[in-house]
Design a protein around this ligand. Structure first.
Ligand SMILES: C[S@@+](CC[C@H](N)C(=O)[O-])C[C@H]1O[C@@H](n2cnc3c(N)ncnc32)[C@H](O)[C@@H]1O
Length: 499
């Protein structure tokens, strides 16, 4: 069941009413997850992953010959303090002596046997012979150090003697890729894979126990091999349960964790050690913001530093953003100013439940009854605290006193959750229903956001708050003709905190 769900059959399992788009979109992340699972074997995956700013060092170097040719000096095994000099190694490669005038011609016509490796010279000078050059050939293509018939034919036409000689090519630390370096250093047979996410100038690792003795070396190698990364941190324990930020140790580079990131063309500044930031949520942030129209109202209950709130405000929505972490709240204010939307966002620093029972209730009580047919403002409530958010849904029970007497659409909730269940969509729906105290059958949609860990998904359930949940009691004057049933905003404000 779980596998089918991942394979894109999920759309059929999702309960949908009018949110067909979300269900239809589900196949992309499902396929993505499948690809991710087999990432070691699918060449194009890196591009997909890179888009999400997630980088991996592959488990396997596909070509064994590659591994032999480009492995650093064996003496580096077990090194914990990086000594770049110790990586030097000399390999014997085939070369062809040619006149310097025909270098470019031969680079083209012999390109399938010429050494092709970024950072390594393919043409070197021949000491004592100004007019000649040595063309370095790939020893994996010429294991016997002799050219094949077609190459010999090319040389014959250019009047070049087809004699292949041996050349001592010196490989240095700079010539090796990170995985080649780490594979040579870490104990043989142990996994060197270490995915990292990039947040501005910071690389964020999650090292396994056996990698810990090498952590400072790993950090330095990442800095050396990834331009723009100047600080490497390792997650030292599980995510902080309240504020969702990590405890971390700086492994290498500057210990400056205040950084700048760009997501969906918006710049944010943040202190990565104090607030939550996940570069893998950019698609999800834009998916939600795309649902909003100018003039809509967004309540962001667990706003972080503003990746839903700020783009929504830029889209001319009215935004109420809240976060319990004072650091997040301060960075939210900072980023609102940075992006010139501080006048469009009201920021709060309180518990999510208090935010729902206070500012959200107040705003909905005031605005919902005023909605006219032609206005059609939509109200969206985003709740991205996947470990706990469904437990906050009971705050919607009887949040408002009276049903709106106009034609307003009821607020739409987008609530996130993790699931390890074999049918994650069913699982999150059941948890939401338990908290709301009503069935959402046929009136919600579930979207697979990402695969967080093996067998752990992050989902978003979206639904309009059912009228029987949101309102304490129907309009007392319901029986009257529609024209006489208009409630005034005063009536609401008088009663707004009664329930
Ligand atoms: C998973 S992060 C999401 C942040 C942001 N919305 C995003 O998408 O990147 C959850 C946020 O909820 C905040 N938080 C945790 N518990 C909270 C609570 N009880 N009330 C309000 N905010 C809370 C954390 O500080 C954190 O910034």
């Amino acid at each position: 069941m779980r596998t089918l769900w991942r394979l894109g059959y999920s759309a059929r399992l999702l309960k949908t009413n009018k949110f067909g788009t979300a269900a239809a979109n589900t196949s992309f992340p499902a396929v993505w997850m499948l690809l991710a699972r087999y990432s070691g074997r699918i060449p194009g995956l890196f591009a997909v992953v890179k888009k999400n700013r997630f980088f991996t060092m592959p488990d396997t170097v596909e070509d064994k010959a590659d591994l032999e040719l480009y492995s650093p000096h064996p003496g580096v095994r077990g090194m914990t303090q990086l000594d770049r000099e110790a990586f030097k190694r000399t390999v014997v490669v085939p070369v062809l002596k040619i006149k310097k005038e025909i270098v470019n011609t031969l680079l083209k016509s012999l390109k399938h046997v010429v050494l092709q490796r970024p950072g390594l010279k393919r043409v070197v000078e021949e000491p004592g012979d100004e007019d000649s050059r040595l063309l370095i050939l790939d020893p994996r293509k010429l294991p016997e150090f002799s050219l094949g018939e077609s190459e010999q034919e090319v040389l014959k036409q250019l009047n070049v003697h087809p004699e292949v000689s041996k050349y001592n090519l010196e490989l240095t630390y700079e010539n090796f890729k990170s995985e080649e370096i780490l594979r040579a250093v870490l104990p043989e047979g142990q996994e060197v894979t270490s995915g990292f996410s990039r947040v501005g100038h910071i690389a964020h690792l999650n090292l396994r126990d056996h990698q810990l003795p090498y952590r400072h070396l790993i950090g330095q190698v990442i800095i050396d091999k990834n331009p723009g990364i100047t600080c490497v941190v390792n997650k030292t324990n599980i995510i902080d349960s309240t504020y969702r930020n990590f405890q971390m140790e700086v492994l290498a580079g500057e210990s400056n964790l205040v950084t700048k990131v760009k997501e969906n063309n918006i710049v944010y500044e943040l202190d990565f050690s104090k607030v939550y930031w996940n570069p893998r949520l950019s698609t999800e942030h834009s998916r939600i913001v795309e649902l909003l129209k100018p003039g809509d109202v967004l309540f962001d209950v667990f706003a972080g530093i503003g990746p839903f709130a700020i783009p929504a405000a830029k889209k001319k929505c009215h935004v109420f953003a809240n976060d319990l972490n004072p650091e997040s709240y301060n960075w939210l204010l900072h980023n609102c100013k940075l992006n010139k939307v501080d006048k469009k966002i009201k920021a709060f620093n309180m518990d999510g439940r208090d935010f729902l029972l206070g500012p959200v209730r107040e705003e909905l009580s005031k605005e919902l009854p005023l909605q006219k047919e032609e206005q059609k403002t939509s109200f969206h409530i985003v709740m991205n605290l996947p470990a706990l958010a469904t437990e906050f849904l009971d705050a919607f029970r009887h949040l408002l006193v009276r049903e709106p007497c106009g034609t307003a659409d009821l607020p739409m909730v987008h609530c996130y959750g993790f699931s390890k269940h074999e049918n994650p969509a069913k699982d999150i729906q059941e948890r939401a229903e338990a908290s709301l105290g009503t069935s959402l059958d046929g009136r919600c949609s579930t979207y697979l956001v990402r695969n967080v860990a093996p067998n752990k998904e992050m989902l978003c359930i979206s639904f309009q708050i059912p009228v029987d949940v949101l309102y304490k009691r129907p309009c007392a004057d319901e029986a009257k003709p529609a024209s006489k049933r208009l409630c005034t905003s005063n009536e609401f404000s008088e009663e707004k905190f009664l329930s």
